[in-house]
Design a protein around this ligand. Sequence first.
Ligand code: ZN
Length: 118
Amino acid sequence: MTGSSGDPTPPEGLPESIVADLDQLTPEQLRKTIIHARELLQASDEADSPIEPRPGEDIIRVTEHDGYTEVVKRVRCADGCSNCPHGPYLYHVTEEPRPEGGTHTHWSFLGRVEIDEE
Ligand SMILES: [Zn+2]
């Protein structure tokens, strides 16, 4: 089913409740929604540092390469388990442009690595 020109199809992944709410808005309210959404995006981009250890992660090594950053880190399960921490694992981290502007960080998991530890 395709909508008419006056009934655009919302992007996949947009919650239906949001779509329903947006349908009710006046053009003026829609403009304000866009402004607020942009502000939220910018705020999250600032917090979204490329190589930021998340809770339970140990960054072991970060190496800058041309076009990507190589990261070796250990990962702990949320609840912890007898095998924690896991890894170390090797990731290639790249910054990819978002359609709506800005960039997002893409982590490619490459597998377990052996490292020398002091
Ligand atoms: Zn674990």
